[in-house]
Design a protein around this ligand. Structure first.
Ligand SMILES: O=c1ccn([C@@H]2O[C@H](COP(=O)(O)O)[C@@H](O)[C@H]2O)c(=O)[nH]1
Length: 232
């Protein structure tokens, strides 16, 4: 039996039945499934047990918490009992907010989102932030890790720079993954799965390229095999 690939499949499904079916199809091939706002807001905490099933797959709870430190700490404490492997917060909430999440969820890796992968340099300029996304990502990464975050979310394009900034012990998670030549949809800063791994990503978040395929299980198996070829 082969080791599951370092992929978190984003279960961005309209209903629980679809999410659980996708989870069942992909879990032989990937290490992790990701629950985001769509499912969690519709179904609440019960969704975690439904997608985890009996497989023991890791669960990544992508709630992107962003509020004052007291509120984020309380929210992180509330979901820590679900034992997700990862829980996201926005690094832009600042060091006290990130630290509040870290302290409230000791059994979970707090993953700080540095800069959404849907944002381009032009988008940043539009909200008054000048310069390349990589500069923002590196600054956010340093702040979040300084506050205790054990994982960071960035695009595959920045992963090497972030690794140089924060060192080998932080888990680097990359959404914004697309197969060569595919439509990037609403993602702005993208790379292929092979490129993301070659740049040093630890975990690739992949949603629609797998869940939108006619056979999500086969799509996950295909990407997992491609990753094994570049990183046996
Ligand atoms: O910066 C970020 C942070 C989180 N995401 C999430 O990842 C998946 C990506 O799905 P695709 O279908 O592969 O685009 C999705 O759940 C996002 O909420 C992100 O894309 N970028």
């Amino acid at each position: 039996m082969t080791t599951p690939a370092p992929i978190a499949v984003a279960l961005d499904a309209p209903d629980l039945e679809t999410a659980a079916r996708w989870a069942g199809l992909v879990t032989p091939h990937v290490s992790t499934v990701k629950v985001g706002l769509e499912l969690y807001l519709r179904y609440g905490p019960d969704v975690i047990a439904s997608v985890r099933g009996a497989s023991g797959v890791r669960v990544f709870l992508d709630l992107k918490l962003h509020d004052i430190p007291n509120t984020v700490g309380a929210a992180a404490r509330a979901v820590a009992r679900l034992k997700p492997t990862y829980l996201t917060v926005h690094a832009a909430g600042g060091p006290a907010m990130v630290r509040a999440a870290v302290e409230a969820a000791p059994g979970t890796q707090i993953a700080a989102v540095t800069l959404l992968t849907s944002l381009s340099e032009a988008d940043l300029a539009g909200i008054g932030i000048q310069g390349p996304p990589e500069d923002v990502v590196r600054r956010m990464a340093a702040v979040a890790v300084g506050a205790g975050a054990q994982a960071l979310v960035c695009s595959p394009r920045e992963v090497a720079a972030v690794r140089a900034e924060v060192g080998p012990d932080v888990t680097l998670i990359t959404p914004g993954v697309r197969l060569a030549g595919a439509d990037t949809q609403d993602q702005a800063r993208v790379a292929t799965p092979e490129e993301a791994i070659a740049q040093g990503a630890d975990l690739l978040v992949i949603g629609r390229p797998i869940t939108g395929a006619p056979d999500p299980g086969a799509a996950a198996a295909g990407i997992a095999a491609a990753l094994r070829r570049v990183s046996p």
